[in-house]
Design a protein around this ligand. Structure first.
Ligand code: ATP
Ligand code: MG
Length: 217
């Protein structure tokens, strides 16, 4: 198994210091190249689970294994994962090109190689020609494509998506989900994708996993 969550639990502390359990003994197995959709009711811990996989939050207990290695304590930048959020979180002061090139610049790749990679990925997501635009000159769908391109261009080991289409209108959502599927076919990136849209999950996923809310007595 490529990515495994073993008995992950997460507790937060509220302002009074009380323990708030959010995830209890959640396990997940994802095969390499698989598209797994994580579904479940609002507040059941889907975003928290993604953040734990990405290393943005640490679990209270349990383990995360990637390709046979325990990465539970590894910082996010060493996990070689990419996250696409519901709110695109593009850098507002950077144009499309620089938004997409960001992760490659951080990794200090040669300029020519960055140019080629950015050009290819913009082609794949259908944004060629818009390199010079800034995010506020793009539609919601275009912004989400930039976010997707920015995530994919670093060729992450795992792509994590948190309801990336929920800000888009119904038509665009259906169009974008088809594009996401064809992009996944092309790249075969191991993906964990959170959605509360059962249709979207059925359409996209090789495997659908339902997260159950924990019962607080
Ligand atoms: N930093 C935090 N501190 C305290 N509680 C938190 C924190 N983050 C999340 N929670 C709580 O954890 C629970 C799960 O939140 P999470 O965002 O993971 O749910 P979700 O399944 O993604 O919900 P939605 O479908 O609405 O996005 C919620 O009850 C939330 O209030
Ligand atoms: Mg959420």
């Amino acid at each position: 198994m490529y990515l495994q969550l073993n008995n992950i639990s997460k507790e937060f502390h509220d302002r009074r210091g009380n323990v708030v359990p959010v995830i209890k003994n959640f396990s997940l197995s994802v095969e390499k190249g698989d598209f797994t959709c994580l579904v479940g009711s609002s507040g059941c811990g889907k975003t928290t689970a993604l953040r734990i996989i990405a290393g943005l939050d640490s679990p209270t207990s349990g383990q995360i294994i990637l390709n046979g290695t325990d990465i539970t304590k590894l910082p996010p930048e060493k996990r070689e994962m990419a996250v696409v959020f519901q709110h695109y979180a593009l850098f507002p002061h950077m144009n499309v090109y620089n938004n997409v090139a960001f992760g490659l610049n951080v990794r200090k790749l040669p300029k020519k190689e960055i140019e080629t990679k950015v050009k290819n990925i913009l082609d794949v997501v259908g944004l060629s020609g818009l390199e010079g635009r800034s995010p506020n000159e793009l539609s919601g769908g275009q912004q989400q494509r930039v976010a997707l391109a920015r995530a994919l261009v670093i060729e992450p080991k795992v792509l994590l998506c948190d309801e990336p289409l929920s800000n888009l209108d119904a038509n665009l959502r259906v169009q974008m989900r088809a594009e996401i599927k064809s992009i996944h076919k092309k790249f075969g990136t191991t993906t964990v994708y959170v959605t509360h849209d059962a249709d979207e999950a059925r359409f996209l996923a090789d495997t659908v996993v339902e997260m159950k809310p924990i019962r607080i007595l």
